[in-house]
Design a protein around this ligand. Sequence first.
Ligand code: KG4
Ligand code: ZN
Length: 338
Amino acid sequence: MIIMAVESSCDETAVALVEDGRKILTDCIASQVELHKLYGGVVPEIASRKHVEAISGLAEQAIQNAGISKKEIDAVAVTYAPGLIGAVLVGVSFAKATALALQKPLIPVHHIRGHIAANYLAYPELEPPFLCLMISGGHTMLIDVKDYTKMEIMGTTLDDAAGECFDKVARVLGMPYPGGKALDAMAALGDAKKYALPRSKPGANPLDMSFSGLKTAAINLIHNARQKGEEIDVPSLCASFAAAASDNLVPRTMEALKRTGYRKLAVAGGVAANSRIRRDILQAAAKLNTEVFMPPLSLCGDNGAMIGAQGYYEYLAGNVADQTLNAYATKSILGERL
Ligand code: KG4
Ligand code: ZN
């Protein structure tokens, strides 16, 4: 089954063609990052307009790249939530029109489920159940993936998402948006023990996480040093920050693994590209004899292929929509029938 998958929830317009949920025929992405860099973050109105400009051309390009005809497309999958509402609407409208024109099923896909499914593309042998640590610019969660379309949230951030925290600190350090990657590169040159930054304390649910305290502490440290005219060792601050962020995530992930009894851990979302977090996860998981699945960096960020992968399993589970499908800025990953 060949699925055309559309993703437009933030600042990447993406159209992919995926076969049977596991094989990428093509994965076309038009990134708007350079444009939003000018403003230090995503400007929703600009994002929506750029999606409108890019989406039809990308779909044509995807069909050409894959060397298939439109008739060979069996279904159209689309991110319908969560995301910037105007941006998500562009993808949903395009997917609805395409499904209608081709007379094929329309499959709504939750963006976070898509991030999890990036692992199915990278690891053909991976099947649920497994634990997923989902870490992106907008979401931070520990998810018990019981089945392809059945999940339970074991823990979530109580405030900021991990990626948001990376990006804010990077911005204060003068790094261009989205600064997580630049902060990661800088951290490689520093001493992670140089600056003492707080680790969040366990709350009522010990698997819940928190990043705002860490973010505020790091930003205050930078401002205080600047006010006193003291020089900051930027690489070491980045390394200390990444270590603290990782300490907020990794022990909780291991606790969740112990609770589920699973020996499989998948990592998903843009922050999964972080080298400190990757290293710490591999070390900690090895102690629990747990196999770790981390998609290549190209599949960690937003892309269309992951939506096509999850779309396949949503289709098999009967989760298809009609032309009344709407876009949603927020929606639980648990999903309800539409
Ligand atoms: O999943 P994603 O592409 O978009 C969504 O938020 O859905 O994640 C983007 C986030 C940004 O916050 C970006 O700074 C962060 O992933 N990121 C990183 C790294 N690469 C991307 N954060 C830390 N270290 C990295 N190497
Ligand atoms: Zn994402």
